[in-house]
Design a protein around this ligand. Structure first.
Ligand SMILES: Nc1ncnc2c1ncn2[C@@H]1O[C@H](COP(=O)(O)OP(=O)(O)OP(=O)(O)O)[C@@H](O)[C@H]1O
Ligand SMILES: O=C(O)C1=C[C@@H](O)[C@@H](O)[C@H](O)C1
Ligand SMILES: [Mg+2]
Length: 175
């Protein structure tokens, strides 16, 4: 079973924090976007161009299912919660799920110059903010804890996760 799952919108810091957490805990990281890219030998824009968002979501569900069964930290892609089947998989796992949250303008600024996110690339600021708002309830629905990441360094977020989630879990296991 996965040890910890990170969810949140594009730019929330799932990949960044997942990498740091993996280093600090010596747990492997499975980043679903990176796994899909590696398995398919195509970038995310190439996958979207070849099989559309529907095809990408199928690959994402397969990657999520496999990752949740491994002893790893899982960094999801921002849109994982848009699929009912993925929300069910997340609700069924016993792994703690952390929602990394930040205001839409902060998220937009963080991903603005990155051409590797086909959904963000075609949105203006208003469309981006609308998409953030439309997914909020889903992130809340699947997660156990929300951490605000706007004015917090990745290192501080990792320290909080270690203290509040991983150590709390370990001490529970040792009682
Ligand atoms: N807490 C933070 N403070 C400042 N910048 C951050 C923070 N977390 C992440 N970033 C920056 O934001 C950008 C996006 O981060 P990252 O790729 O980790 O997001 P993500 O949640 O994995 O997005 P996606 O859903 O698209 O995979 C990176 O440039 C990263 O350095
Ligand atoms: O928010 C989204 O829908 C996405 C986020 C990224 O992590 C990638 O999974 C992809 O670009 C789609
Ligand atoms: Mg990521």
């Amino acid at each position: 079973m996965a040890r910890l799952v990170l969810v949140g919108f594009m730019g929330a810091g799932k990949t960044t924090i997942g990498r740091l957490l993996a280093q600090e805990t010596n747990l492997p990281l499975i980043d679903l976007d990176e796994k899909i890219v590696a398995d398919n030998q195509q970038t995310i824009p190439e996958i979207f161009a070849a099989v559309g968002e529907v095809g990408f979501r199928r690959l994402e569900t397969q990657a999520l299912k496999a990752a949740l069964n491994d002893d790893v930290v899982v960094a999801t892609g921002g849109g994982v919660v848009t699929q009912a089947i993925n929300r069910q998989l997340l609700q069924d796992t016993l792994a703690p799920i952390i929602y990394l949250k930040a205001p839409a303008p902060v998220l937009n600024q963080r991903v603005a110059n990155d051409t590797n996110r086909p959904i963000a690339a075609k949105l203006d600021a208003a469309g981006f903010a609308e998409l953030v708002a439309s997914r909020e309830a889903f992130y809340q629905e699947v997660s156990d804890l929300t951490l605000l990441t706007a004015e917090v360094t990745p290192e501080t977020i990792v320290a909080t996760i270690k203290a509040q989630v991983l150590q709390a879990r370990n001490s529970k296991n040792h009682n």
